[in-house]
Design a protein around this ligand. Structure first.
Ligand code: LMG
Ligand code: NDP
Ligand code: PMR
Length: 387
């Protein structure tokens, strides 16, 4: 049976690292834990996940153990879990024992090393390769995930890049401007494909979460720091964000602005969450949510910013705006949105107040415009090959 478990996992594991070297990957304890730590061979699913202390709960997604109904361990996929918020949330969720975390990352070894350095228990997570800058990679990831035999109970679209100092656009494998390509289009395809997996799950509360941000909302001070987010009439997106004969910017602007492209991508993330909610919540019961986790000024998101910014930004946020939040705290917040039984409401953009209590926040007019959301959805479908 152990062999069977291993065999079931092998195809996904072997095809996981695109860039990585296989022997190094196979040596990785997090990876090996997938088959080595399997203690409950009755189901492939149970074998992949760490056998955690069962949580008593009635309803679906339960199994009988010792004559009692118990909630099985949930499986959550987190994109970009190799650093910052994604890693902190992965750790927070894995530590509860209630979740097995699939870390969907572009750099397999970086993710595996980060998980280990963060002290995540081997067997509480699986690293799988996902490069959101390639739609082929997104499809490949979904195939690999399905072949692993794990159910999907929650999906967190967390990965992002921010290119504030770039003067020229760069492009994804499919030729789309990188910030919107990775932050929005890659996640759009992933979310659309994995909706089917969420639908199949028997877990009591299934959730699809997409990271938003305050800087994409012009109804805030932070959202008014130039350059301001704005999608215009989406003509640049309609033109394919190519940058050569068209525009690399969603609003069709002639010149590229990396900071604006990021903020625009966050509007897309928040609009997409709401459109998912409108189209699928009633029919599926899945919770769709977005959030602003606070200003996590120390993460890798700012890696491309000038050194002076990276030096001053954390104290500025900590002492001046007071919007600063540590990576660990932000991870707890995201973990709440994934698993807290009180945050099941769908269509919500969560934020936290100074006492770290969650509340339903207001999105800007543009970030909650249903007509724009529908148009964005239709255009995105074309760009990722779904329509
Ligand atoms: C753009 O500039 C770039 O052009 C673009 O390329 C890209 O990099 C983009 O977002 C990234 O930034 C934006 C920014 C640059 O420009 C401005 O903000 C222009 C200012 C225009 C006025 C803004 C309106 C806001 C009005 C508020 C008034 C300000 C008061 C501040 C207090 C607010 C309290 C609620 O800006 C910068 O690069 C500045 C860098 C910001 C971070 C560092 C700020 C330094 C502050 C020093 C903090 C010191 C540490 C605190 C110690 C406390 C001790 C107790
Ligand atoms: P980090 O840079 O620390 O983390 C981003 C993650 O995304 C990394 O794991 C990175 O991988 C991954 N990533 C980047 N490009 C790709 C790609 N092509 N394919 C797959 N993964 C990719 O940033 P944060 O933790 O700060 O950001 C996480 C989320 O939080 C983002 O959605 C961001 O918009 C949001 N957010 C952040 C705020 C903040 O203040 N930091 C505030 C509000 C929202 P790698 O490690 O390989 O680089
Ligand atoms: Mg901003 C008033 C509160 C506040 C908050 C909560 C943020 C969050 N910022 C605030 C204010 C200001 N910022 C002010 C007054 C300024 C002018 C000095 C300012 C500047 C600033 C810059 C240059 N802030 C930034 C930048 C960035 O490059 C970051 C960015 O826009 O990335 C897209 C950023 C951020 N400020 C935030 C947050 C959360 C960011 C990180 C970006 C994000 O993930 O959305």
């Amino acid at each position: 049976m152990a062999l069977q478990v291993q065999a079931a996992l092998l195809p996904s594991a072997l095809s996981v690292p695109k860039k990585g070297n296989l022997s190094a990957v196979v040596k990785e304890p997090g990876f090996l834990s997938v088959s080595q730590k399997a203690k409950k061979p009755s189901l492939v699913v149970r074998a992949v996940a760490t056998p955690a202390a069962p949580v008593a709960s009635p309803g679906a997604g339960t199994s009988k153990a010792d004559g009692k109904k118990t909630l099985r361990q949930g499986v959550v996929v987190i994109t970009g879990a190799s650093s910052g918020l994604g890693l902190a949330a992965a750790k927070a969720l894995a530590e509860t024992g209630k979740w097995h975390v699939v870390m969907a990352c572009r750099d397999f070894l970086k993710a595996a090393t980060a998980a280990k350095a963060a002290g995540m228990a081997a067997g509480s997570y699986t690293v799988m390769h996902l490069d959101l800058a390639s739609l082929d990679s997104v499809r490949q990831f979904v195939d690999n995930f399905r072949r692993s035999g794990m159910p999907l109970d929650a999906l967190v679209c967390n990965a992002a890049i921010y290119r504030p100092t770039a003067r020229q656009p760069t492009f994804t494998a499919d030729g789309y401007e990188m910030s919107v390509g990775v932050n929005h289009l890659g996640h759009f395809l992933l979310g659309r494909l994995m909706l089917d997996d969420l639908k199949k799950s028997d877990y009591p509360s299934r959730r699809l979460i997409i990271l938003g941000s305050i800087t994409g909302n012009t109804n805030t001070l932070a959202g008014n720091v130039p350059p301001k987010a704005g999608l215009g009439d989406l003509r640049g997106l309609a033109g394919g964000l190519r940058g050569q004969n068209g525009s690399a910017m969603i609003d069709g602007a002639e010149s590229f602005d990396g900071a604006k492209a990021y903020k625009d991508s966050k509007i897309c993330n928040m609009l997409t969450m709401q459109e998912f909610h409108r189209r699928f919540h009633e029919e599926t019961g899945i919770t769709f949510a977005s959030l602003y986790p606070g200003c996590i000024a120390t993460t890798g998101l700012f890696r491309e910013h000038i050194p002076l910014f990276r030096l001053l930004f954390p104290p500025f946020q900590r002492f001046v705006t007071k919007g600063f939040v540590s990576e660990a705290e932000s991870g707890k917040r995201l973990a709440q949105v994934v698993g807290d039984p009180s945050l099941t409401k769908s269509g919500v953009y969560w934020s936290w107040n100074k006492d770290s209590a969650s509340f339903e926040n207001q999105l800007s007019q543009e970030a909650s415009d249903p007509e724009k959301a529908r148009k964005l959805w239709d255009l995105s479908e074309k760009l990722v090959g779904l329509a």
